[in-house]
Write a protein that binds this ligand. Structure first.
Ligand SMILES: Nc1ncnc2c1ncn2[C@@H]1O[C@H](COP(=O)(O)OP(=O)(O)O)[C@@H](O)[C@H]1O
Ligand SMILES: [Mg+2]
Length: 246
């Protein structure tokens, strides 16, 4: 079954057309990046997939079902991870199963595994304000992983991080993705980030937001940071830059 299908999606806010004629098809386990300038409708599209809003017209299905509301099968990671400042890292990560009233035995092993996967073992008893921006984003990621979603929706998750931390988080995300094999819809306005992470990059154009072109990123995996300087990488980057500029 296809992970995500968007069929002629259109979204308007009053006189503003945020999205026009969006067609997308994403395979299970695929990592796609939506790349485009600020205001081109990236977050709007993500909000439709998450079920926060409904399209004005067109059809959208996630694993065969139309999302009418947010659900645990579609985890959303934002630029600022919404952590509870008064809860320890362990309680932040395990918030969702605890809220659902699950017994500790049902989630404890997974929580430990995901905290380890994102490199936060030893920080379980810390509070969010004792952690750096990158570490907070790791907490948000571990919390999402524990929800075992079928679709990861990431809206410029590393946009607020410094360049070095950002690269470390990109490598971590690739490692997590390799381990979990889940479908990822990753939004960014950073060309390097899109190419480095994704199997497929969709370039969007602004006003109204449309999908302008699709690039298959056939760089080998696992991706290494050295690739950022490869001829193949730079050729793709040049092509994508032209699409963004025109
Ligand atoms: N709730 C809303 N009400 C009115 N206009 C909106 C709303 N959400 C987004 N828009 C408009 O839709 C367009 C796309 O916004 P957005 O999806 O946030 O872009 P991006 O995430 O690519 O920066 C913008 O022109 C924005 O002003
Ligand atoms: Mg946005």
């Amino acid at each position: 079954m296809t992970a995500l299908i968007c069929n002629a999606i259109r979204k308007t806010y009053g006189a503003v057309t945020a999205l026009e004629n969006i067609d997308l098809s994403v395979a299970p386990g695929e990592f796609i990046a939506l790349l485009g300038p600020s205001g081109c409708g990236k977050s709007t599209l993500l909000n439709l997939i998450a079920g926060f809003e409904a399209p004005t017209s067109g059809a959208l299905t996630v694993f065969g079902e139309t999302p009418h509301r947010p659900g645990p099968d579609r985890a959303v990671v934002f630029q600022e991870p919404a952590l509870f400042p008064w809860l320890r890292i362990w309680d932040n990560v395990t918030f969702s199963p605890r809220l659902a009233g699950k017994p500790r035995a049902a989630y404890e092993a997974d929580a430990r595994r995901f905290i380890d996967l994102v490199g936060l073992t030893g920080f379980e008893r810390h509070y969010p304000d004792q952690l750096s921006g990158g570490m907070k984003q790791r907490v948000g990621l571990a919390r999402c992983l524990l929800m075992q979603p079928r679709l990861f929706l990431m809206d410029e998750p590393f946009g607020a991080l410094d360049a070095q931390t950002r690269l470390a988080m990109q490598e971590l995300l690739l490692h997590v993705w390799d381990t979990m094999k889940r479908t990822v819809i990753f939004i960014t306005h950073d060309i390097d980030e899109a190419i480095f992470l994704a199997d497929t990059v969709y370039v969007m154009s602004a006003r109204p937001g449309r999908i302008r072109s699709r690039f298959t990123i056939d760089l080998p995996r696992p991706r290494q940071i050295d690739m950022l300087a490869d001829a193949g990488f730079n050729a793709l980057k040049r092509d994508i830059m032209h699409q963004l500029r025109d």
